[in-house]
Design a protein around this ligand. Structure first.
Ligand code: ARG
Length: 282
């Protein structure tokens, strides 16, 4: 940090109004294995998932976030991970096209919700898992590939939104969606506006991240391993996994206000705070 660019303090951090979409985990369980976190042979507890999810939902309401809800569907246990339901910007919803057939029906279910709620829906051609892999920083869309979303979906994003799209390649199977390895803390952008796990990216992508975000937070392995980066920020308040204690300290040092939540049950499916949250931008 130079004197001209001091670390922001808490009083400098401003929350901006957010609208998000969530899906109550009424039918949550781990019935199949499509990422290394999932162990279908181990028990899950839908009641615990619901309680933990409700705590996140209530926290968002307390923070003044406008939360919309989509009805969960029996037989789609991963529908709680709303971030994968699409990518929404400028009132246009680019629908998801899931890689694994187990989640396939979620794509149309979310597109129906977008259409019924006044969004212009674009049918996806390429495999893509929505905001799980696409994150907006300033006017640039950072787009993950390597495990789920096909790089061809990044071209679709370019055509639909007429914005710069930067492809980032994920290489660690535990961090299979961009939002498990990269967090947007200040959506206005800037050299310190994100946090990420360097080892989750290939060399070329890491170089891009270093160049674009020279003052980013780098999280440690322990915090990444509880999906600490899978967080949601309104520019001031950052909702994170309560077990990500070093990340919490890093956020405080930079003037953010971290709020810890326990989503341990939903971690059994390989998701955390951000996975349960899809931002809706008109
Ligand atoms: N079980 C889900 C899957 O593997 C978890 C999705 C997590 N979502 C996310 N945005 N990272 O597809």
């Amino acid at each position: 940090m130079t004197l001209a660019d001091p670390t922001p303090r808490t009083e400098d951090r401003r929350a901006t109004a957010r609208t998000v979409l969530m899906c109550r985990p009424e039918f949550f369980t781990v019935a199949y294995r499509i990422n290394p976190w999932m162990h279908p042979d181990q028990p899950t507890d839908t009641g615990t998932a619901l309680e933990q999810w409700e705590a996140l939902y209530r926290l968002y309401l307390e923070l003044g976030i406008d939360v919309q809800l989509v009805d969960p569907i029996d037989g789609l246990p991963d529908m709680v991970y709303a971030a994968n339901g699409g990518f929404v910007l400028d009132g246009i919803a680019y629908g998801a096209r899931f890689q694994f057939p187990e989640r396939g029906p979620e794509g149309p279910a979310y597109m129906d919700w977008f259409a019924a709620n006044g969004f212009e829906v674009r049918q996806p051609v390429s495999t893509n898992e929505g905001e799980g892999d696409f994150l907006l920083v300033g006017e640039t869309i950072f787009a993950g590939t390597g495990f789920r979303s096909d790089a061809a979906s990044h071209d679709e994003l370019r055509r639909i939104y007429d914005r710069e799209v930067v492809t980032l390649r994920l290489v660690d199977p535990a961090f299979y969606h961009l939002d498990t390895a990269f967090a947007v803390l200040d959506s206005a952008g800037g050299p310190a506006s994100v946090a990420y796990l360097p080892k989750a990216f290939d060399d070329a992508s890491r170089a891009i991240l270093e160049q674009r975000f020279p003052e980013a937070i780098h999280v440690n392995d322990a915090d990444a391993a509880v999906l600490g980066l899978n967080s949601f920020s309104d520019g001031r308040n950052v909702v994170i996994a309560s077990r990500a204690t070093d990340f919490e300290r890093q956020l405080r040092e930079r003037g953010f206000v971290p709020h810890g939540v326990d989503l341990s049950e939903l971690l059994l499916g390989g998701g955390g705070v951000k996975c349960c949250t899809l931002e809706l931008r008109r």
